[in-house]
Write a protein that binds this ligand. Structure first.
Ligand code: GAR
Length: 216
């Protein structure tokens, strides 16, 4: 019997890994998705323990192992993922910029989760940036990764109105709840071949039925 078609997914994470856990719990080993590799730049990342507990192969790529050479680190990481047949790379709290040594090897195959409604508040500390700005609507963006900072085409965005938010704890539970729904949903869509960049518009991402219908 031949194996059913499965999308081989890798996750890169630098921190706690609650989004990796959401993927493990909601899509790993079902819906045509298998997480085959989890990589990190941080030896202490709890995400590594979560992966190991789920029987997923892990590897560490701290830039210090590559004499501070980020391109060499990115190249080694790309080799490791390619050797495992990875077709989609999910950045879930991966706090490093990926350069061309990585992105050229995974064209349109790398997605990122960002805790704000891009293009507002890119970069680090997005929720605090939004609070400092006095925002009343917060949210989450899942987007393709390009060589800029949180600048690639948007795949999915969801918002939550929190007009009285003052501190991080007023916002984070809402943002995390959105993230833990959205990321598995987007990975499922990729497994169904239901995400594609429009041929006529490089920033427009067609999702769901739109991705399999002729463009208009
Ligand atoms: C998530 O909130 C994600 O949006 C954010 O890091 C957190 C990781 O949480 N990513 C960024 O800020 C990227 N610029 P987790 O480790 O519990 O999944």
């Amino acid at each position: 019997m031949t194996d059913p078609v499965v999308l081989k997914v890798a996750v890169l994470a630098s921190g706690t890994g609650t989004n990796l856990q959401a993927l493990i719990d909601q899509v790993h080993g079902r819906d045509g998705v298998r997480i085959v590799a989890v990589g990190s730049d941080k030896p202490e990342a709890l995400a590594l323990e979560r992966a190991q507990a789920a029987g997923i192969e892990t590897a560490l790529f701290p830039v210090s192992d590559f004499n501070g050479n980020r391109a060499a680190r990115d190249g080694a990481m790309a080799d490791w993922l390619r050797a495992r047949g990875v077709q989609l790379v999910v950045l879930a709290g991966y706090m490093q910029i990926l350069g061309p040594a990585f992105l050229d090897r995974f064209a349109d195959q790398v997605i990122n989760l960002h805790p704000a409604l891009l293009p507002a508040f890119p970069g680090l500390d997005a929720v605090n940036q939004a609070l400092a700005y006095g925002a009343k609507v917060f949210g989450v963006t899942v987007h393709f990764v390009d060589e800029g900072v949180d600048s690639g085409p948007v795949i999915m965005q969801r918002a939550v109105e929190l007009p009285d938010a003052r501190v991080l704890d007023d916002v984070l539970p809402h943002v995390h709840a959105l993230e833990h729904q959205m990321l598995p949903e987007v990975v499922r869509l990729f497994a169904r071949g239901a995400v594609r960049i429009a041929s006529t518009h490089p920033r427009r991402v067609l999702v769901g039925p739109l991705a399999v219908l002729p463009e208009r």
